[in-house]
Ligand binder design. Structure first.
Ligand code: UT7
Length: 349
């Protein structure tokens, strides 16, 4: 069975540029701290009311579909990866299907945060390999700016994230050895709570205190979201940054080497590594570990921050638009994040 190739790629970044200095009006931080610890100079924030995770995904998808030389009606399956969906449910996949007036095709939502795009790509690749679908749209999109703690309390998380979307169209490869060579997916839920957004959720941790023991089901149900949660800042993402950093610098190289070994290749064979844009320091550490030259690694976190599920397709698209990804190039995509989940994909362009 032939694997899949990326037949078209697109990206969308909101026009609103937010510099590190712009964040000073909300919290105690500094351009120096942010650049030194993360490499980030600026990020984009979506329009508060006019742009959503879905609308940004749609804009990226339009470009990917056009570049693939097809129309939205030719798409036969949607895979949408995000951690910042328009609604708690339904997912963004169906909203994109509606917005793009696509046929009544399947739409799958992927919730694997930073690894979401590589997971989604892997799922799409399997559907193409099995012969089930011929034109799969894979989207990664995030509107983080709507759900961050913009006070000093939340600064370790809020300065990192940015908004944007990327999309690809997967089609059967033209020949053996072209397209996605292999994908590698991993998880370890042991540390699920150290990079997470707990609420709203059904864990009910908030209500385990003795004082709530006598509450009946109807009362508890009204506590899905509560003032106490809002007051405690428990509606925002939580991250133990240093712990995530330590794990990331081990798992990134591991999963990249796994993909290379599987295909009898070495780091020297990589033309372009696109690591998930979590932190420039992590990417530099990975580059050093694998002894890669500067021209073998593409980073753009400096300008967009961490766009989670969107970061890899945005970076891949930008690199491709700059002519840095050429026919027959070996491209490696790798991600690590909340879950923990981590993943890689090796592609022959
Ligand atoms: O994509 C999802 C996966 N996420 C990641 O991979 C993120 C991995 N982790 C990281 O990138 C880094 O841990 C961070 C960039 C999040 C934080 O950098 P760090 O060097 O690990 O800093 P830290 O959390 O250890 O904090 C050091 C100090 C603390 O102050 P004290 O306790 O030393 O006085 C923080 O309160 O920096 C302080 N701090 C800040 N200062 C200014 C934290 N955030 C900020 C801030 N501005 N925005």
């Amino acid at each position: 069975m032939l694997s899949s190739k990326i037949a078209g790629i697109g990206k969308y970044l909101p026009s609103n540029v937010v510099t590190n200095n712009d964040l000073l009006k909300y919290m105690e931080t500094s351009d120096e701290w942010i650049q030194e610890r993360t490499g980030i100079k600026e990020r984009r924030y979506a329009h508060r009311t006019e742009e959503t995770t879905t609308t940004m995904g749609v804009e990226a998808a339009k470009i990917a579909i056009e570049r693939a030389g097809i129309t939205p009606q030719d798409i036969d399956f949607i895979i949408f990866a995000t951690l910042s969906p328009d609604y708690y449910f339904p997912g963004c996949g169906v909203l994109l299907q509606r917005a793009m007036k696509m046929k009544e095709i399947g739409a799958l939502d992927v919730r694997n945060q930073c690894s979401g795009f590589v997971y989604a790509l892997s799922v799409g690749d399997q559907f193409i390999r099995s012969g089930m679908y011929k034109n799969i749209l894979v989207v990664g999109s995030e509107k983080h700016s709507f759900g961050l703690d913009f006070t000093t309390r939340g600064r370790n998380v809020s300065v990192i994230f940015g908004d944007g979307a990327g999309a690809v169209v997967l089609q059967p490869a033209d020949r053996e050895g072209q397209g996605i060579l292999s994908t590698h997916l991993h998880s370890d839920g042991e540390s699920a709570e150290i990079l997470a957004m707990y609420n709203p959720g059904t864990h009910a941790n908030h209500w385990k205190e003795e004082k709530y023991a006598s509450f009946d089901d109807a009362e508890i149900a009204q506590m899905f979201f509560s003032h106490a949660m809002i007051d405690d800042g428990q509606i925002f993402p939580y991250m133990d940054g240093p712990a995530v950093f330590k794990k990331a610098v081990v798992k990134f190289p591991e999963v990249i080497l796994e993909s290379l070994t599987k295909n009898n290749l070495t780091p020297a064979d990589i033309n372009l590594l696109i690591p998930h844009q979590a932190n420039l320091r992590i990417a530099q550490f990975v580059q050093q570990t694998l002894k890669l030259r500067d021209d073998q690694v593409y980073n753009n976190i400096q300008y967009y921050g961490n766009t989670t599920a969107a970061s890899i397709p945005i970076a891949l698209c930008e690199a491709w638009e700059k002519g840095l990804v050429k026919d027959n190039d070996l491209v490696c995509l790798a991600a690590f994040g909340s879950g923990f989940t981590w993943a890689s994909a090796l592609l022959r362009w």
